[in-house]
Design a binder for this molecule. Structure first.
Ligand SMILES: Cc1cc2nc3c(=O)[nH]c(=O)nc-3n(C[C@H](O)[C@H](O)[C@H](O)COP(=O)(O)O)c2cc1C
Length: 445
């Protein structure tokens, strides 16, 4: 039984998470490259006293232009602009450990943390798929285990770089003519399997020390990585039972890694389809489903399941001879989730596409504001979540509906703050301590 207040993260995606959202009359087909659109979303989320907002990303063109809005603004750049348009909300950018170098990326996140006054977060991903690999001189996607091994070393180097300045390295002593203390600089001098980095970083230590570390893979390697490094975890879970198992597993792995299990916040995704009545919510869900163009959905599914194009038939179930998760080199846990969902609910390919259309495997929940609040409260109090990744099917209207109708109920029930209060860092919002610098001597009272 979990008590206290829950954490809310707004997962923003152009016109919304439903793949057909861009086709609704209200939607702007150019929203994905509109700063005004994202400023508006950020301010709505801030009105709802969310802990943070989040942008997904990958260094590749994700889908065909025929299908839905494709391409996106680079998250760290966009979040820097949002930092100046907001005051309290945390700003979490996705960046890949497979297709970046630690020095450049550590510098960019340190810059965002300073510019935003300590509100930066990093969604650490290893990036599945050969499309991205081919943008970086590789013929094939690196093996899953290699991607996570590189991610581990990437984090170790980034953490050393962020700690390479002690907090009090800059003294600014004009009278003595000494700007800073070189003994407080600690170059990592890292020589490893994937990286060789002398250091130190060319940005001082930041308000948070380093960005909030978020992770979003749920495979064995993903969970092992999260238990070592992550302070928040995004996850797709279809049932409260699966979510509780995942939650308990991750907390116990974190304890086994020598960390406080309360210092890793588990945030399952939910796609809330909100209506004044249940019938209205279901009608909204149906309207979105009716706008799905099925051949795009089939191609997406074939890509996820790593089947040759043209394998699947709309009105038949998935093939019974799909390979096990261990044979998949892409996004392992999402593969298993989709296959299990189709088998458990005996779905045809057409029905499966309808179920995935809203949130690509995240839980879709259609109902009244009370019903949505009840579902959130149940998962929160029954040990399935420390909070939620809110994924509105349509933006901005779905976020507005959540903030105007669900947030007040959560506040009345004492589950969510009613105001931000004084400025805090993102890590403080999540109830997490500021990390100590690995190079600094502890100060004894
Ligand atoms: C809420 C959520 C957001 C994600 N965002 C991204 C993203 O922006 N970019 C990306 O490459 N992968 C993203 N992922 C995918 C994960 O990083 C990971 O590749 C996937 O869950 C499979 O991981 P696994 O192979 O460890 O199971 C996201 C996953 C979740 C649950």
């Amino acid at each position: 039984m979990t008590t206290g207040q829950l954490h809310l993260n707004a997962f923003l995606m152009n016109t919304g998470h439903h793949e057909a959202s861009w086709r609704l009359p209200e939607s702007d087909p150019f929203a994905h490259v509109s700063l005004d659109h994202f400023v508006r979303l950020a301010r709505i989320a801030e009105r709802g006293t969310f802990d943070s907002l989040f942008l997904a990303d990958g260094p590749q063109l994700w889908s065909s232009l025929a299908q839905r809005p494709a391409g996106a603004l680079e998250p760290l750049t966009l979040l820097t602009a949002l930092a100046t348009a907001t005051e309290h909300i945390g700003l979490i950018a996705t960046a890949s450990t497979s297709y970046n170098s630690p020095y450049n990326l550590a510098r960019k996140f340190a810059s965002l943390d300073i510019i935003s006054g300590g509100r930066a977060g990093w969604n650490i991903v290893t990036t599945a798929g050969k499309e991205a690999a081919r943008n970086f001189g590789l013929e094939h996607e690196p093996a899953h285990a290699d991607r996570y091994a590189r991610a581990g070393e990437f984090l170790d180097v980034a953490l050393k770089l962020w700690d390479s300045w002690e907090d009090d390295a800059i003294t600014g002593d004009k009278a003595a003519g000494v700007w800073g203390d070189d003994t407080k600089i600690h170059p990592p001098r890292h020589q490893g399997t994937y990286f060789s980095v002398e250091g130190a970083l060319n940005v001082p230590r930041t308000p948070q020390g380093y960005p909030l570390l978020v992770q979003a893979g749920s495979s064995e390697d993903g969970k092992a990585f999260a238990s070592r490094y992550a302070e928040a975890v995004f996850t797709a879970q279809q049932t409260i039972e699966d979510a509780r198992d995942f939650y308990a597993d991750l907390k116990s792995r974190t304890a086994a890694a020598g960390r406080d299990p309360d210092h890793i916040k588990v945030l399952p995704g939910i796609v809330p389809v909100i209506g004044a009545t249940e019938a209205e919510a279901l009608a909204k869900e149906r309207e979105l489903e009716d706008h799905i163009v099925h051949h795009h959905g089939v191609a997406n599914l074939e890509r996820l399941l790593q089947l040759p194009l043209g394998t699947l038939e709309l009105d038949r179930p998935l093939p019974s001879d799909l390979p096990p998760e261990s044979a998949v080199e892409g996004a392992k846990s999402r593969y298993t989730l989709v296959v299990e969902l189709a088998r458990r609910d005996r779905l045809t390919v057409r029905q499966l596409i309808g179920r995935l259309g809203g949130g690509r495997g995240h839980l879709t929940f259609a109902g009244t504001p009370e019903q949505v609040a009840d579902a959130i409260e149940t998962w929160f109090t029954q040990g399935a979540a420390d909070g939620f990744n809110i994924m509105p099917p349509v933006l901005p209207s779905g976020l507005e509906a959540f903030v105007d109708h669900v947030v007040p109920i959560l506040r009345t029930r004492g589950l969510l703050r009613t105001e931000y209060g004084p400025r805090q860092t993102l890590r403080q919002r999540y109830g997490l301590p500021r990390p100590a610098n690995q190079y600094a001597q502890p100060v004894h009272a």
